[in-house]
Design a protein around this ligand. Sequence first.
Ligand SMILES: *Cc1c(COP(=O)(O)O)cnc(C)c1O
Length: 387
Amino acid sequence: MAPRIPFNRPFIAGKELFYIAQAVTGGKIAGDGHFTKSCAEMMEREYRIQKVLMTPSCTAALEMAAILCDLRPGDEVIMPSYTFVSTANAVARIGVRPAFVDIRPDTLNLNEELIEGAITDRTRAIMPVHYAGVGCEMDRIQAIAAKHRLQVIEDAAQGVNASYKGRALGSIGQLGCYSFHETKNYICGEGGALCINDPSKVDRAEIIREKGTNRSRFFRGMVDKYTWVDVGSSYVPSELSSAFLYGQLELRNHIAERRKEIYQFYQHHLQPLEAEGLVRLPRIPADCQSNYHMFYLLLPSLEARSQLLAHLKQKGILAVFHYVPLHTAPVGQQFGYRQGDLPVTEDLSDRLVRLPFYYDLTEQDQMEVVDEVQAFLSRKATRRLAA
Ligand SMILES: *Cc1c(COP(=O)(O)O)cnc(C)c1O
């Protein structure tokens, strides 16, 4: 049976469907039409990014980024193990070893103090993941990268419209990757973007995105025929997706406000439980402007986490957890990693719960989630006192 309060629900905020109709009647629904260009230009302007190329997913953008960094078999890339599988697959698929580094206990972001210890003479890049839309410690990461001549690819899948020291996430490393998957803040079903902050990578990125051809230059009248000039794939999204996305991006401030309200409601009502030491809530460092991508709880143990999820499910509420740390997954083990290698990642991933969080979440439903979390945790506390 479907839960009464789902974990996520795709939403429409404005003119998304109207713009899809416009794209269809306008006679162009393949890639790089009016809406695809409008989405990219809006983000270049708003987030001060040299060049934004829309892609069919963040996974595709990460793959492009790995190609653009000239990674070769045997190279290593530093990244967290506490992330979505695409961060690691982008490099593993071309024979590159993900060098997993533990996370910070406060933000669950890559622990910048552990990066230098993981650098070897094969290290080529660092991939910070901005977990929950909260920026990694980018000043430190950029300084380490500069010192060791490494590229920085930001996995900003969860970081669209968030910033670190006033700079948009995705605009700081040489490359950044966004997601517009239906579970993210701004959505179009499946979608993404590659942010290029290193101007020397723009021409090649356009070629890789157009199946390895110089088609973009041909359309701009810069060459008189287009042909096969490099490796590449089909990394151009449908104009239909971009039309939907444009309807969301033009309302980005309104959508951001709504998410902030939802976050603050949880924060306000669950803070007393944190004060009692029953649960830990998310932290946002002063240098970071969050986009309020998610609200999570850290329970005292794996057992408590499983019990809370079961309790909420029984009440018709779908809360979820993630990620299975990549270093303990089957492929991570093939790379030689073992349980126990990254203690903070292993501990926190066992105890984390994500609460329902979506644009159309009503205050009444949200209150119900809060009430059920409170009921579960206070009952547990009472039992503990009695024991
Ligand atoms: C969602 C997500 C991705 C993948 O995004 P897609 O657009 O679904 O390919 C990659 N990395 C992180 C951290 C994510 O949260």
